[in-house]
Design a binder for this molecule. Structure first.
Ligand code: SAH
Ligand code: SF4
Length: 352
């Protein structure tokens, strides 16, 4: 059987695993210090941990389940990684540079079953969920690349917006979040982390109840059921009424705002009337709106990017209605940084 990644364990899980082997919390702390502060690259480099304990870890866990397959750097500093998993599947991770820090976009599944009509990831059905270790290792690999560059830079933000529907891999996602925000480890501020979902309502309730204080973004993309179902078939099973009830539960039980993502598709959902309907739907909620210029996907030829004029008119309409909205800045368009695009290209290449 394949050994599990040590990065998949939350601190409490590691502590519980060590105890029957005779090692107290003190040792869990030392191990975490080696993994996340010193960021050792192999077990033998854990010099603060007793050799017998290191041996025990080596017998049961691995440190590397991701192998760098492709790394592309863009003119704007964006770096896109394609990692090969132990079973040969490929996943992608993107690091972006912003004024406010360094953010990493992580993948949560191999493919995605939600199948939104505009998305490259949904073209490839889900093969499997990523383990929590495979998700944490994406951050660790990016962080190690930064460590090696020697500029003392640290990943400061995370967006769970890569391939996959994070809430369709709920438990592993929660463990991942617990690991990266833990103050004994990487200590990435929870308020700097955003999970994006296509709107799995029951999981929005469950996520709210975990009280893990990271931000939530909803891929809304349309203001009415008719239009949303046309773009995202998940809306048939979970219509806007159900989704908005779950959003209200989140807002009532946290003191955070929620982000609504809205891809602008030319002549489909980008008219002023849509902006007015959107304002009507979410105007009274504590929200932000992220307007996303569509990144054309070859296989979804029916959609085009909205014109800059349409984007501005949409933005202005929302602003006039008092909505907090921004047009998302784009990163790495020269290196296929849109979700799933590099991966789907590599897979096509492999098929040729
Ligand atoms: N499955 C989750 C998270 C991953 S997708 C979700 O759907 O929310 C992250 C964001 O990228 C979503 O808002 C998604 O709608 C958007 N997206 C997908 N394909 C895109 C494309 N071609 N251009 C721009 N945004 C895209
Ligand atoms: Fe899946 Fe999100 Fe793409 Fe929809 S937009 S297919 S939910 S990854």
């Amino acid at each position: 059987m394949n050994k599990e990644s040590i990065y998949g364990l939350t601190f409490e899980q590691l502590e519980a695993w060590l105890l029957p082997h005779g090692y107290t919390k003190f040792w869990a702390q030392r191990i975490w210090n080696s993994l996340y502060r010193e960021r050792v690259t192999n077990f033998d480099a854990m010099t603060d941990v007793k050799p017998e304990c290191v041996q025990l870890l080596k017998e049961h866990f691995v440190m590397h389940t991701l192998q760098e397959h492709v790394k592309q750097e863009s003119a704007d500093g964006t770096i896109k990684f394609l990692f090969k998993l132990t079973d040969g599947n490929l996943i992608e991770t993107v690091m972006m540079r912003h004024k406010f820090g360094l953010s990493v976009c992580v993948t949560t599944q191999v493919g995605c079953n939600i199948g939104c009509s505009f998305c490259a990831s949904g073209l490839l059905k889900k093969t499997r969920d990523l383990s929590s270790g495979e998700i944490v290792e994406q951050i660790m690999n990016v962080q190690r690349a930064l460590d090696e560059a020697g500029k003392r830079e640290k990943v400061s933000h995370i967006v769970v917006m890569g391939i996959g529907e994070p809430f369709d891999n709920f438990e592993n996602l929660m463990d991942f979040l617990k690991v990266v925000i833990d103050q004994k480890g990487l200590e990435i501020a929870a308020r700097h982390i955003t999970v994006s979902t296509s709107g799995l309502a029951d999981k929005i309730y469950a996520f709210t109840d975990t009280k893990i204080p990271v931000n939530l973004a909803i891929s809304l993309h349309a203001p009415t059921n008719e239009l949303r179902t046309q773009i995202m078939k998940i809306n048939k099973a979970i219509p806007l009424e159900k989704l908005m009830d779950a959003v209200d539960y989140y807002l009532e039980n946290t003191n955070r705002r929620i982000t609504f993502e809205y891809i602008l598709l030319k002549d489909v959902n980008d008219q002023v009337e849509h902006a007015l309907e959107l304002a009507e739907l979410i105007g009274h909620k504590k929200q932000y709106v992220n307007l996303i210029p569509y990144n054309p996907v070859d296989e979804h030829g029916q959609y085009q990017r909205s014109t800059p004029e349409a984007i501005m008119a949409f933005y202005d309409t929302l602003k006039k209605k008092g909505i907090n909205c921004v047009v998302r800045q784009e990163h790495g368009t020269d290196i296929d940084a849109a979700c799933g695009q590099l991966r789907s290209k590599q897979i096509q290449k492999a098929k040729q």
